[in-house]
Design a binder for this molecule. Sequence first.
Ligand SMILES: Cc1cc2nc3c(=O)[nH]c(=O)nc-3n(C[C@H](O)[C@H](O)[C@H](O)COP(=O)(O)OP(=O)(O)OC[C@H]3O[C@@H](n4cnc5c(N)ncnc54)[C@H](O)[C@@H]3O)c2cc1C
Length: 415
Amino acid sequence: MIEWSDEDVMIRDAVRTWVDEKVRPRMDALDAGDLPPYDLIRDLFRTFGMDEMARSSFEARLAKEERAASADGDGRDGAGDGDGAASGGGGNASLNILPIVELCKVSPGLVTAMGVSLGLAAGTIMKRGSAEQKRRWGLDLLTMDKVGAWAITEPNSGSDAFGGMQATARRDGDGYVLNGSKTFITNGPYADTIVFYCKLDDGRDPRDREILTFVLDRGMPGLEQSKPLRKMGLHSSPTGELFLSDVRAGEDRLLTGGGTSAQSGRESAKANFVTERAGVAAMALGVIEECLRLSVDYARKRELWGKPIGDFQLIQLKLAKMEVARLNVQNLVFRHVEMQRKGRTPTLAEASAMKLYAAQAAAEVTQEAVQLFGGNGYMSEYRVEQLARDAKSFQIYAGTDEIQVTHIARDLLSR
Ligand SMILES: Cc1cc2nc3c(=O)[nH]c(=O)nc-3n(C[C@H](O)[C@H](O)[C@H](O)COP(=O)(O)OP(=O)(O)OC[C@H]3O[C@@H](n4cnc5c(N)ncnc54)[C@H](O)[C@@H]3O)c2cc1C
């Protein structure tokens, strides 16, 4: 694949028009954190029929799984055949990726909020849940009728997410009692449905304990969702804390699909890392394309010493480096689309390499765009400063740059 197809370009243009009409005029409110993104995301879903598509593919998938389950007498998830809309996988890969690219030109936060709800919260339930759990929570998340959060990070365990995890589940009668706190949780303040990771408190050394994954509902006794945290950028994606104090959860809330081994919670989270990291490359592409477009336009129009700044070689160098970054990140995204079409999932090392490169490229391009715009670059009106603040998050969430390096190197050294 060397370019988007004609059909892709039609989809891209339709999404672009929607973004121009619906998102750009609301960017100030979104970037001030005054407008939660969810009604806009629902509008996107209705406009492009994504809610109906999610509904029908959900029913088809459930029917297939239920047939397979009755054939082998097992009610669990074994027949899952990919992540569908939730992860950007499945049939039309470009249909899943192009909206991410277009939306990120204007609001990477909107994509973060949407991606966590669909890809991580719904994605985990659809991969690890029973048919009943998928019907109870999955469908409403896939249509964006409800908002999901995916809670793994804690104040004392970010990069060392499993090792340092302190949230606990203690057996109590036929259910569990959950305690602990989570931080930096995307959609945390508004989530209706929360996928919550914790350790089974069974007296073993905390580092060896089994990781359990529960689904919680807003309003459960003992569950507190904080207000949005103040942060550097990505203001259109509300981020918050969760506090659990003796929250009672029955077996029906425990995701055990794919087996009940000690690794199942960890493996489910690791599978999400791959989805998330590949998605960040598409987000970075949107940011880079927009910065390049704005920068070329500004370099043509801004005149100093009687000529456009685009005539100065140091400005040309910035534009050239942005184009190199755009081509490289686009190639990574195209490769990912091709892999999805062939039904191939990237390895953790491949997804990490993609994310590391794309996140750094987006961060560098946005900083250079601010520099190219001079004082105007530092002002909100010209938008590149918002993209610079937003793009910094790519180097931190879904695993920091440093963690991507360790995952890539570990894989190379283990061959
Ligand atoms: C906007 C935003 C949204 C987020 N959304 C979610 C969410 O929805 N759900 C969720 O669970 N989490 C979420 N996170 C949390 C995110 O995944 C963590 O912030 C991230 O994994 C880093 O963890 P930490 O913040 O604890 O940093 P730390 O782990 O404390 O890292 C501190 C520094 O040490 C470095 N470091 C750590 N380990 C090593 C090592 N082995 N070698 C070298 N350097 C190392 C790190 O790279 C970093 O520079 C979000 C974060 C942000 C910023």
